[in-house]
Design a protein around this ligand. Structure first.
Ligand code: PMP
Length: 408
């Protein structure tokens, strides 16, 4: 498929919600960094499975259970191919990025982190890649080391290199910033960590929807992401982990599915990936997630990326024309997220007024308070684009922002 065939009209027709109005205005949905809208095929997958297949997985001899299990495990295989993992043993289903990182912190922490050990994160991390490690500071006496960033919102690579020492046990950094849009030089950062024999975990929540990710090519040791940010359902996510790490990590939660045998004397655990998946999984969600991955794959990640880059470049250019505009995050390599403030208008006032004009944006600290502190601001307005957004929607955003500016 080439860009000419990237028919935005056809694509938008797949997303019924995009047709609705809010306050009598056409909806302009620019909060895709928070969650994306769902194409019909994803919602259909949910109803189809509930209506025709529903049964608990992995434990039934009956037809429906086997069919549900087949679909669930086929979804794991779909995720594996999407990120090019070496094996389905490396695909752990979780509730989302947050649970994936908590699983990692808890289980990797149990196996490999001891008092005085250090974990490196960056200043721009989402709270979900800060707080799980802080819990380990309290529980195990580890220490967080934080990579500084430049005023433009880029990782200070010189400072990153200096943070490694004999206590460093893990680096955990986001691929794409949910605030600044910065695409971090993750491949180079992983290479540097490995030079120090330190594994590298990637928060991929904001990269998976926009960039083709190959975990083997990146040589990432762990990679976390959420289905709902890539047109899939809520409540499903993935922790990818190299098998040799996951093998040596203890279970995260106990219960059904994750055991081999249980007795009061001795319980043995299931193999990968089931060792990390206690209880009934969201097997309907995984089927719908696989449909979402089929959907974006059919469009082509390279075409999605090209479309979103065109939108972002145009939006940046037009927004900069607005007097008193301050773009937060001017990284060379950037994704489909733009944060900004206008003059002294509080971001939540700006966001509320944009909402009345039909424009859905995010305002506030975006779960990145240390980053807000670093940039010296209370928050931003954030517009984040998806595969279905249009240039006309960018125009609508720009016109609305300028209108609100004139009101103040
Ligand atoms: N990391 C980043 C960079 C994010 O943008 C988000 C979602 N805002 C998360 C982690 C958390 O994802 P979830 O809420 O789906 O667990």
């Amino acid at each position: 498929m080439n860009n000419r065939m990237y028919s935005i009209e056809h694509i938008r027709a797949d997303f019924p919600i995009l047709d609705r109005q809010v306050y009598g205005k056409p909806l302009v949905y620019l909060d895709n960094g928070a969650t994306t809208q769902k194409p019909r095929t994803v919602v259909d997958a949910i109803t189809e499975e509930y209506y025709s297949v529903n049964a608990n997985v992995h434990r039934g001899v009956h037809f429906l259970s086997q069919e549900a299990t087949r679909l669930h495990e086929a979804s794991r295989e779909r995720v594996r191919t999407f990120i090019n993992a070496a094996s389905t043993n490396e695909i752990i289903f979780t509730r989302g990025t947050t649970e994936a990182i908590n699983l990692l912190a808890s289980s990797f922490g149990e196996a490999f982190l001891h008092e005085g050990d250090e974990v490196i994160v960056s200043t721009m991390e989402h709270h979900s890649n800060i707080v799980p490690w802080q819990l380990l500071e309290a529980r195990k006496g580890i220490k967080l080391r934080v990579i500084p960033i430049t005023d433009r919102g880029e990782i200070c690579m010189d400072e990153y290199v200096k943070l490694f020492n004999e206590h460093t046990r893990l680096v955990s950094v986001m691929h794409v910033s949910n605030v600044l849009g910065t695409v971090n030089p993750i491949r180079e950062m992983i290479r540097i960590a490995h030079e120090h024999d330190v594994p590298f975990a990637v928060d991929g929540a904001q990269s998976i929807p926009h960039i083709a990710v190959d975990v083997q090519d990146l040589d990432a040791d762990f990679y976390a992401f959420s289905a709902h940010k890539v047109y899939g359902p809520t409540g499903i996510g993935v922790l990818y982990g190299k098998e040799h790490w996951l093998d040596r990590m203890p279970p995260y939660q106990g219960g059904g599915e994750m055991i081999q045998t249980v007795s009061f004397e001795r319980t043995t655990f299931n193999e990968l990936p089931f060792k990390f998946e206690a209880g009934t999984p969201d097997y309907i969600g995984t089927t719908a997630f696989a449909r979402a991955l089929d959907y974006v794959s059919a469009l082509g990640m390279e075409h999605i990326a090209a479309h979103e880059k065109a939108l972002t470049d145009y939006a940046l250019q037009r927004l900069r024309e607005i007097p008193a505009m301050r773009i937060i995050g001017e990284a060379e390599e950037r994704g489909a997220v733009i944060s900004f403030n206008v003059g002294n208008i509080h971001p939540s006032d700006l966001g509320t007024l944009l909402d009345r004009l039909g424009i859905a944006v995010r305002t506030g600290h975006h779960c990145a308070q240390p980053l807000m502190h670093r940039m010296g601001i209370p928050g931003t307005v954030r517009a984040s684009f998806a595969l279905y957004n249009t240039m006309e929607e960018v125009d609508a955003l720009v016109a609305a922002v300028d209108r609100v500016r004139k009101m103040f």
